[in-house]
Design a protein. Structure first.
Length: 390
């Protein structure tokens, strides 16, 4: 069937962070929200139907992971990513950021070093700091409109680090790392004794012609020295269900992590956590292909619009995800002035680029997972705001 992603859905009054928290964050409610990384499309209908069906039985008692949960994940990663795993390799986590916190607590001690590569998804370093570990920043290099890893610096910076938290694909840059890059990361981290945590939450939103390379499949060193986190939450627009999982091939690492998780019952999901994943992965191929195609169309639309109407703002074209990092440095504004332009003049709510580290200065992150009419209106408002600057 054909799904309608042009439908405009009113999300106000649903306790939506993206929509209902705009006023508390910016002090006004006349902004188009294009910040928090969820979609303004309806959650995949087969997921909704699975939840409705369960609610027809009006006893909301204790539940355990249904067999379909693990089976659907095993089948999905095999068919979508070419990764053959076993059920026992899976560990449920109530969200990937929480999973990262659990990994930090399980595998490191206070004061230990954890490396990140900014600009990068800010909970990577915030969770590390809040758990009293030392963050080591090894910045990416922006070259020819894409982010790259400075491996000479990477090799120096990673020495003495217990963990590397890898954004794969990268957020906010949307970069799909090559197999060669990931292989080099695996080699260096194996040699330095640094465990790699690969956050692959955007893997299923890789945009053609790019293909997502799962970190654990890169090499034997990668397989034996990594925890891979995945979830259908971004791809099927269900982050509110807080249902994710870790895949750990190394028996010793897996047993250690599972023991930690089970000790505090962190690996127990709620009523909807398992059946929603099973529904998404069992019925989601056609829906996902269509939403990825629509997102790619929005990427193309944004790129063309900026080139034709706002050439001073460049975009880093994402190879995965619906997030676009906008390079606004040619406008010649400092970060405070840049935020004022977007909020007060363009009436848009985006993520400030410095949220992702000081390397994000001069940038803003735009979420384009919305109907194209909304995206077009937002870009028109931005165009007018830039014109008024002159």
């Amino acid at each position: 069937m054909n799904y309608n992603f042009d439908e405009i859905i009113n999300r106000n009054g649903t306790d939506s962070v993206k929509w209902d928290a705009v006023e508390s964050r910016w002090g006004r409610n006349d902004l188009i929200p294009m910040w928090v990384a969820d979609m303004d499309f309806r959650t995949a209908p087969f997921v909704i139907e699975a939840l409705k069906k369960r609610l027809e039985h009006e006893v909301l008692g204790y539940t355990f992971a249904c067999k379909e949960w693990s089976e659907s994940i095993v089948n999905w990663v095999k068919e979508r990513h070419g990764w053959t795993i076993r059920e026992e390799m899976l560990t449920f986590t109530p969200g990937i950021v929480r999973g990262l916190a659990f990994v930090i607590q399980c595998f490191t001690q206070k004061g230990d070093k954890v490396m990140v590569m900014p600009p990068v998804y800010h909970p990577f370093f915030l969770v590390t700091q809040k758990n009293e570990r030392e963050v080591v920043y090894s910045p990416l290099v922006l070259k020819d409109g894409q982010y790259y890893i400075d491996f000479d610096r990477f090799r120096r910076d990673v020495q003495g680090c217990k963990l590397l938290i890898l954004s794969n694909p990268h957020n906010p840059g949307g970069r799909v790392w090559t197999k060669e890059e990931l292989s080099l990361i695996a080699d260096i981290c194996y040699e330095s004794g640094t465990l790699v945590i690969s956050d692959e939450i955007h893997a299923d939103l890789t945009l053609p012609p790019y293909k997502h390379p799962t970190f654990a499949l890169i090499s034997e060193k990668a397989r034996m020295n990594s925890l891979v986190f995945m979830s259908p939450s971004k791809a099927f627009n269900m982050p509110g269900l807080a249902s994710s999982y870790a895949i750990i091939e190394n028996d010793e690492l897996r047993h250690r992590f599972q023991k930690y998780m089970e000790a505090s019952e962190f690996s127990e999901g709620h009523l909807f956590a398992y059946l929603s994943v099973a529904a998404a992965y069992s019925h989601g191929t056609e829906w996902l292909d269509q939403v990825v195609s629509y997102i790619k169309g929005n990427v193309d639309f944004t790129e063309t619009y900026l080139k034709e109407h706002i050439p001073a703002i460049k975009m880093i074209r994402p190879q995965a995800s619906y997030l676009i990092f906008l390079d606004c440095r040619e406008l010649g504004l400092n970060q405070k002035e840049l935020n004022r332009l977007f909020v007060e003049d363009a009436h848009l709510a985006l993520n400030d680029g410095t949220t992702f580290g000081k390397e994000g200065e001069g940038f803003m992150r735009l979420n384009i997972a919305c109907p194209r009419a909304v995206l077009e209106q937002a870009l028109k408002q931005l165009e007018q705001a830039v014109i008024n600057l002159k």
